[in-house]
Design a protein around this ligand. Structure first.
Ligand code: NDP
Ligand code: 2IT
Length: 447
């Protein structure tokens, strides 16, 4: 059996055994489609059933999360933790709280996380979790009650050397604080069981900024490598959460003009460049909606519906909201408008069709697992600091983050060259991420 035949036989099996899991299947297709040349070079991987094992999570935990709202009503949500692969280190990956969360979404995120974490060069395995809980419109007390009930079950499955969750959509500093406090109470352990912690109880400087900054460091390296940079570029960034805000900040620092941001209701367009202090006040302090921006900046425009953001002419597009936010139609419009670079801050924001369109039109494409690895990389640096019981300065962490992002770019580029796909960072990142996990799994026997 050659590499191509092996990959398609495993894909068929994954489709048959996970029929209703669209997001998970898309993520598996995207990775496996890059790997055929690896199996031609290392047929021993086929004999070891490496792919069959890697597409099956080591463990999937589903649980009931009951809590009482401010009106005294009992609410029930579903909790998830998928511990996907621990070949190179403890399971590591965020928790997402969003009403759309289901097993397919958590599995796609966990699967991506395996290769992303490997690309960071740090010893962390892949996992993901979350709940269909909707934090929007909930009081602080309700958020705390939910987090405590969620942790009342999760705590028995995690630990500083077992599985280390962090934030993702709907989970930021506030939620991590409530989750950590309850873990400590019921386990009696003060340990680095979560990352993204507050600075007063073991958090790392620069973790808040890390995903957005890392995305821009990665993209700047890709641009520099092609004789270009962020300076004077027009940039569209989707989302207005953690990743979008700090991507905007770093892109502006490098001389770009960021003209648009969005949330799930609509987008703002500010031809003069987004005023980030206004956005931070709305989103981080008031937990408001992006539409409020035009109250403070009346020269800007607000449009209902988030897809319209991709009709804005730009040189660089950084999708930083959620999966599937750029479909083929949006990709075509971006290309018609002359986009030169698309780098993914969100996980799987471009559909498989959209990626094909970018590649067919020679758009420089930075895939999520490479471009947004800065967040989890900094999480691993938080784990290191917790183990040492020491803290590094912001500058020390930032220098390490930048170095990691530049290495991810070059390792992905070099893997693409080695396997005959020069210039294809998507294929290169899949192969580079896969190789380390594969070698670790080969060394550890059939487990
Ligand atoms: P936040 O919760 O801070 O922000 C999410 C943003 O995306 C909000 O503006 C939100 O709008 C918008 N959004 C969420 N869902 C949708 C949707 N269905 N349609 C349109 N807009 C939506 O999350 P993060 O910034 O942390 O995460 C953003 C993306 O980055 C996710 O894909 C996440 O997996 C990825 N990521 C995050 C990392 C991190 O360290 N935080 C690390 C690596 C990747 P609204 O307020 O209306 O919901
Ligand atoms: O998708 C991601 O990489 C994250 N949400 C960050 C995970 C982490 O453990 O910091």
């Amino acid at each position: 059996m050659n590499g191509k035949e092996y990959v398609s036989s495993v894909l068929e099996k994954v489709k048959k055994t996970n029929p209703a899991e669209k997001e998970f299947l898309d993520a598996v297709i995207e990775v496996l489609n890059s790997l055929a040349p690896v199996f031609d070079k290392y047929p021993e991987f086929i004999k070891a059933g490496l792919l069959e094992r890697i597409v099956e999570p080591e463990r999937q935990i589903l649980f009931r999360v009951p809590w009482v709202d401010d009106n005294g009503n009992v609410q029930v949500n579903r909790g998830f933790r998928v511990q996907f692969n621990s070949a190179i280190g403890p399971y590591k990956g965020g928790l997402r709280f969003h009403p759309s969360v289901n097993l397919s979404i958590i599995k796609f995120l966990g699967f991506e996380q395996i290769f992303k974490n490997s690309l960071t060069g740090l010893p962390i395995g892949g996992g993901k979790g979350g709940s269909d809980f909707d934090p929007k419109g909930k009081s602080d007390n309700e958020i705390m009650k939910f987090c405590q009930s969620f942790m009342a079950e999760l705590y028995r499955h995690i630990g500083a050397d077992t599985d280390v969750p962090a934030g993702d959509i709907g989970v930021g500093g506030r939620e991590i604080g409530y989750l950590y406090g309850y873990y400590k109470k019921i386990s009696s352990l003060s340990e680095g069981v979560l990352t993204g912690k507050g600075l007063t109880y073991g958090g790392s400087l620069a973790r808040t900024e890390a995903t957005g900054y890392g995305l821009v460091y990665f993209t700047e390296e890709m641009l520099n490598d092609n004789g270009d940079s962020f300076k004077d570029k027009t940039v569209v960034i989707s989302g207005s959460g953690n990743v979008a805000i700090y991507a905007t900040q770093k892109a502006q620092e490098l001389g770009a003009k960021v003209v648009a941001l969005c949330d799930s209701n609509g987008y703002i367009y500010d031809a003069d460049g987004i005023k980030l202090d206004v956005v931070k006040d709305i989103k981080e302090v008031r937990r408001g909606r992006i539409s409020e921006y035009i109250n403070e900046v009346p020269t800007a425009e607000y449009h209902e519906g988030c897809r319209g953001i991709w009709t804005i002419k730009c040189d660089i597009a950084l999708p930083c909201a959620t999966q599937g936010e750029i479909d083929a139609d949006s990709a075509k419009i971006l290309v018609q408008n002359g986009v030169n670079v698309v780098a993914e801050g969100a996980n799987m924001p471009s559909t498989l069709d959209a990626i094909e369109i970018f590649q067919a039109n020679n758009v420089f494409f930075g895939p999520a697992k490479a471009a947004n690895a800065g967040g989890v990389a900094c999480s691993a640096l938080e784990m290191s600091q917790n183990s040492m019981r020491l803290s590094w300065t912001f500058e020390e962490v930032d220098v390490k983050l930048k170095d990691i992002m530049q290495n991810i770019y070059h390792n992905s580029k070099n893997a693409a060259i080695e396997f005959g796909c020069d210039g294809n960072i998507l294929v290169g990142s899949n192969i580079a991420g896969f190789m380390k996990v594969a070698e670790a799994m080969m060394a550890q026997g059939i487990v």
